[in-house]
Ligand binder design. Structure first.
Ligand code: PMP
Length: 444
């Protein structure tokens, strides 16, 4: 199976030739917070699938809801005068969940990249309907990650995700991220760095002309860029700047919604009310590809009708509001609330973050550790702490491999080891991840 698999599957993010050399770890089972590979090796999933399996792999009510919905109605379109009961019920539940964030309407997608694309497109259309068709540009943060569609790629802050696909959308500009460990200002104080990044944002808006900008998009905590939590002052100030200039604020909550940060949403963590929140991942916990863009009431109202009285929105997917996805999401939401995962995410997140801080005290290869808000943690590796030089490219993968052998799957992203385990893990599971990582560093 291994050889055949590597030959015919084009493994995402890995060149085919490469996957021939490095056969992927073939996962064949998942129970609770553990996965099993083809060789029968069982480990704690420190990655939570891909930041999404918050409830673990054996969530019975979700499986039952999917099976029941498959029996009842496997699919029906929600376009052109039809809908399905399940998706209407889900929209009501999501309205209740996101009400504290000021988000009342749900537009359904098949995943995170679709959700980002939807918000970007609707932001432009919102301005057009209101007679401000000149607002077409987007601002975002360097190191931000917003998916792989062309709009999302254009606002991605990491040039590695853009250059191969250029020319991308014109008019996308990237502001320095509040990344304390490395930034163009050499500022190590998070509050002062936030001020400098905000000043850069104001400068960019002035330079571009506020009336040309449709939206600013950011993750409440930057994820794939290496878990970068901004200073608490940052996102509220971004919100105020956006309001002042008539720029829509898109919160990319594909990772942060549904409890991962130790708050129910990333926007709530910072007390911000965005115009759009892009969600996916934990909305169905990996049990079905699904997403939702949550929209603020005043924004949604602009789409209610154009001059001809017809709904103005001209955007949607075949699988918008897929009933099986909606059934999975309803069950996930109910379990997420019933288990109060947010509380465990906060408590276990603190334990995990303290643990990686202790690892840093013991292993010089660790240059920085970031986290402290729920179960989103990164360990940045360096060749030398004083110069912060990047480590040899093979090093993070070697740590990952040794940690895997010692009992935990962790993720490598550039020089970072990223930890985003299921939110239902126990204190003992956290210790397994930490001791596996310790073994990983000792193996160097
Ligand atoms: N936005 C963010 C913040 C993400 O982390 C991701 C996926 N890692 C996406 C968008 C894209 O989501 P998907 O892979 O489901 O298309």
């Amino acid at each position: 199976l291994k050889a055949n698999n590597a030959r015919s599957l084009w493994h995402p993010m890995t060149a085919p030739a490469d996957s021939l050399k490095n056969a992927p770890t073939i996962v064949t089972g998942g129970q609770g917070v553990r996965i099993t590979d083809i060789d029968g090796h069982e480990v704690v999933d420190g990655v939570g699938g891909l930041w999404n399996v918050n409830l673990g792999y054996s969530c019975q009510p979700v499986k039952a809801a999917i099976a029941a919905q498959l029996d009842r109605l496997p699919y029906y379109s929600i376009f052109r005068g039809t809908s399905n009961d399940c998706v209407i019920e889900l929209a009501e539940e999501l309205r209740a969940f996101f009400e504290p964030d000021g988000l009342t309407r749900a537009f359904f997608t098949s995943g995170g990249s679709d959700s980002v694309e939807t918000a970007l497109r609707l932001a432009r259309q919102y301005h057009k309907i209101r007679g401000e068709g000149g607002r077409v540009k987007y601002l975002s943060l360097k190191k931000g990650y917003h998916g792989t569609h062309t709009g999302g790629a254009s606002v991605n802050g990491n040039a590695n995700f853009r250059t191969a696909y250029e020319p991308l959308l014109p008019g996308c500009h990237h502001i320095p991220a509040p990344y304390t460990y490395r930034n163009p200002f050499n500022e190590t104080d998070p509050a002062r760095l936030a001020q400098l990044c905000l000043a850069a944002l104001e400068d960019e808006i002035a330079f571009q002309g506020a009336g040309t900008i449709a939206a600013f998009i950011m993750e409440p905590i930057l994820g794939a860029g290496g878990v970068i939590p901004p200073h608490e002052s940052f996102m509220p100030r971004v919100e105020a700047i956006c309001r002042k200039h008539g720029i829509l604020l898109i919160a990319d909550e594909v990772i942060t919604a549904f409890g991962r940060t130790g708050a129910w949403t990333g926007s709530r963590l910072w007390g911000v009310k965005p115009d759009f929140a892009c969600t996916a991942k934990a909305i169905t916990n990996g049990y079905f590809p699904f997403g939702a863009v949550m929209i603020a009431e005043p924004v949604a109202e602009v789409f209610e009708g154009d001059a001809s009285g017809k709904a103005a929105i001209g955007h949607g997917y075949t699988y918008s509001g897929h009933p099986v996805g909606a059934a999975a999401a309803l069950a996930c939401l109910a379990e997420t609330k019933r288990l109060n995962v947010v509380e465990n995410a906060a408590a276990r997140g603190t334990q995990l973050f303290r643990g990686v801080q202790e690892l840093m005290a013991r292993h010089d290869i660790i240059g920085d550790v970031r986290g402290g808000h729920g179960l989103m943690t990164a360990i940045e590796l360096v060749a030398d702490r004083a110069t912060k030089a990047a480590p040899d490219k093979a090093i993070p993968a070697r740590v990952q491999e040794a940690a895997y052998r010692a009992g935990a799957m962790v993720r490598v992203s550039g020089p970072n080891i990223i930890l985003s385990p299921p939110l239902v893990l126990t204190a003992a599971d956290v210790e397994v991840i930490l001791s596996a990582l310790d073994a990983g560093f000792r193996a160097l």
